[in-house]
Design a protein around this ligand. Structure first.
Ligand code: MF3
Ligand code: CO
Ligand code: CO
Length: 260
């Protein structure tokens, strides 16, 4: 089994602020979303907020990824590229923010409506967010990764939606993608035991229709094969002996960067 990096208290002193910055930037970008803005404008706004905190994008340049954040609209699942597309009232947009700060990465995502949306889209987003918290609820030392996967899959499928198979959650720390993989479905493979000090990104990606996805010709944008809507929520979480600690909350923004 490949190595899972446990974080020391000293690592966490550096990683907590990195995750807080990611959470703050995601909040700010979500608040910037409104009908008429282009995804390029959203990406530029994200760049300015990341810079404000003295952080940098963890995505830009990763495997030649060309944008600051991922912006995925409607049937786009993840890894959507910023461009001239204008967001319209009723669209739903998945925002995924990863930053490097203090040498550590915080990774967090959320789907929001542009102005407003219909009930079906709102239900999809609500189920995805709730599925994330179902997964986080299993993220305690002594459980297995599979316990997170099972909780997410059960909640999503129990509500009539489907779970994407091709992309999964992951360990995160000094690198964006560390061991272990954290699938949103049970795959029958052996599954590592969760231990205190592990930091993992839990990130259900769910579709209103069938689970299948494909990648567009831009080489990045992942869309649903059937054209149905998709949603994505993600937090970076610390495993402890007791309650999981959700790291990507903006509450503990480093004060040194808050002032300016
Ligand atoms: N943030 C994504 C994840 O949650 C990874 C994005 S990689 C990029 O794992 F290259 F598209 F930015
Ligand atoms: Co992410
Ligand atoms: Co992630």
């Amino acid at each position: 089994m490949p190595m899972i990096i446990l974080k020391t208290e000293r690592d966490l002193e550096a990683m907590r602020p990195a995750c807080a910055v990611a959470g703050a930037v995601l909040d700010e970008v979500a608040a910037f979303i409104q009908p008429g803005v282009t995804t390029a404008e959203v990406d530029a706004f994200a760049a300015s907020r990341i810079k404000h905190y003295g952080a940098r994008s963890a995505f830009l340049g990763y495997r030649k990824y060309p944008c600051q954040i991922c912006i995925s609209v409607n049937d786009q699942v993840v890894h959507g590229l910023a461009g001239p597309r204008q967001l319209r009232f009723g669209d739903i947009v998945s925002l995924d923010v990863g930053v490097v700060y203090n040498g550590f990465i915080g990774d967090t995502a959320r789907t929001v409506a542009v102005g407003g949306c219909d009930l079906a889209a709102q239900r999809l987003m609500d189920v995805c967010e709730k599925a994330l918290y179902e997964g986080i609820g299993q993220a305690v030392a002594g459980n297995r990764v599979m316990d997170i996967s099972r909780a997410i899959q059960k909640y999503v499928e129990g509500n009539g939606f489907s779970v994407v198979r091709e992309f999964v959650g992951h360990g995160v720390g000094r690198s964006m993608h560390e061991e272990p993989q954290v699938p949103n479905f049970v795959d029958g493979k052996s599954s590592p035991r969760l231990r205190a000090g592990m930091t993992i990104a839990i990130e259900p990606m769910i579709n209103a229709g069938l689970p299948g996805v494909k990648i567009l010709n831009d080489g990045w944008t992942v869309v649903t094969q059937d054209g149905s809507l998709s949603a994505h929520f993600e937090h970076t979480v610390l495993i402890t002996e007791t309650e999981p600690e959700i790291l990507t909350c903006p509450s503990r923004i480093p004060s040194s960067s808050k002032a300016s």
